[in-house]
Design a protein around this ligand. Structure first.
Ligand code: NAD
Ligand code: DAU
Length: 339
């Protein structure tokens, strides 16, 4: 199979490339990425010159470039990871989120219609369902939960999902959508909770916890997400939405304390800062459908995954120190200086 993977220089896309090269070495992988601040070619260093892999520098919202790629390469499957993915940045500046996440998705869908595709898979998020209250632990997001978004990021992802479903129903495009909970693991950009806290703790810098740190996220090791997408590509039904999550709900403050404990650092580094605007309280996925239909179950326990992740950041300091010491520093100061 020839698979086009958009956003493959980012966190989950790159892990998916590594996963597929292991599991399906005969597939030909084409990675299309704009290399925004979140895309990093250093991540793909180990595969860059290998047979069966090719990198193409392009923007999914650039219709001419995308059509040219489809015409030349004729991918059989497209998996769209490319997105602006950070909620805080979407609150600062929503425009690029609409441009990439909505218009970019439309360009990819149009290219699939024009040049043909066996499957288009949209990598979406549990954030499209909005949030759940803390005092109702019996409630979970199912595929039937109405879309009810909070941030410009989640609104853009929900819009893209609706476009995908519309292209399936109206034009019969063979589409699947997955909505996953929070991922963690190697190569995650250090603006996100877990790598940010690891990097700050290692530098003995304050650990900025939003609000009271009581918000709950449902954490999944990135490789388990990749395995679920692979299963959907193999056996998923067109037109279907699959929720992905491992019933691993944790409060932010407990995540931060776990990281400090693994690193042997003091909890005095924890600093409570102003809350995120519109901050979602709790995410919790019900993964019963993907388990029943496709047999998917997460393989990695959080206790193992978080230790492996912390160790990866210890072993790969140059990867994230280059980011933290570069242009990202300006963002960090703007976001956290007066919080
Ligand atoms: P990321 O920010 O780490 O990576 C995004 C990648 O997309 C980068 O390589 C970037 O250069 C590329 N990109 C951005 N705009 C582009 C454009 N216009 N054209 C081409 N490439 C572009 O994101 P991530 O955390 O790896 O998330 C990947 C996908 O998974 C996103 O669609 C996100 O919404 C979804 N998702 C993420 C999580 C999570 O916890 N991180 C959970 C569920 C779903
Ligand atoms: O649920 C899936 C989503 O998970 C994905 O769709 C998004 O792309 C991904 O970024 C992630 O969104 P979150 O907003 O949940 O992730 P983030 O790592 O930004 O924050 C996790 C929680 O930690 C959230 O409640 C906010 C809090 N937080 C975050 C940062 C960066 C802090 O308390 N302090 C921080 O400095």
């Amino acid at each position: 199979m020839k698979i086009l993977i958009t956003g493959g220089a980012g966190f989950i896309g790159s892990n998916f490339i590594f996963y597929m090269r292991e599991q399906r070495p005969d597939d030909e992988l084409l990675c299309l990425d704009k290399l925004t601040y979140a895309g990093n070619l250093a991540t793909l260093e180990s595969v860059m010159d290998k047979p069966g892999f090719r990198f193409i520098h392009a923007d999914i919202a650039d219709r001419e470039a995308v059509y040219h790629i489809f015409e030349q390469e004729k991918p059989e499957i497209a998996v769209n990871f490319a997105a602006e993915s950070h909620v805080d940045r979407s609150i600062e500046n929503p425009s690029v989120f609409l441009q990439t996440n909505v218009m970019g998705t439309q360009v990819l869908l149009d290219a699939c219609r024009k040049y043909g595709i066996k499957r288009y898979h949209q990598v979406s998020t549990d954030e499209v369902y909005g949030d759940l209250p803390l005092d109702r632990p019996d409630l979970f997001f199912t595929e039937a939960t109405p879309l009810h978004t909070s941030s410009p990021y989640s609104a853009s992802k929900a819009s893209a999902d609706l476009l995908c479903s519309a292209y399936h129903r109206t034009y019969g495009l063979p589409i699947t959508i997955s909505r996953c909970s929070n991922n963690y693991g190697p190569y995650q950009f250090p603006e996100k909770l877990i790598p940010l806290m690891i990097a700050n703790a290692l530098a003995d810098k304050p650990l900025p916890v939003y609000g009271a740190g009581m918000n709950v996220r449902d954490w999944l090791y990135v490789e388990d997400h990749c395995a679920a997408i692979d299963l959907i590509l193999q056996n998923g039904k067109c037109g279907e939405v699959y929720n992905i999550g491992g019933h691993n709900e944790m409060r932010n403050i407990d995540i931060v304390k776990t990281i400090l404990a693994i690193l042997g650092k003091t909890e005095r580094l924890i600093t409570y800062v102003a809350d995120r605007k519109g901050h979602d309280m709790r995410y919790a996925i019900d993964p019963a459908f993907i388990h029943k239909e496709l047999g998917w179950l997460p393989a990695t326990k959080f206790e193992d995954g978080i230790r492996r992740t912390v160790q990866w950041y210890l072993d790969n300091r140059s990867w994230w120190e280059n980011i933290v010491n570069g242009e990202y520093q300006t963002y960090y100061e703007r976001m956290y200086a007066n919080r």
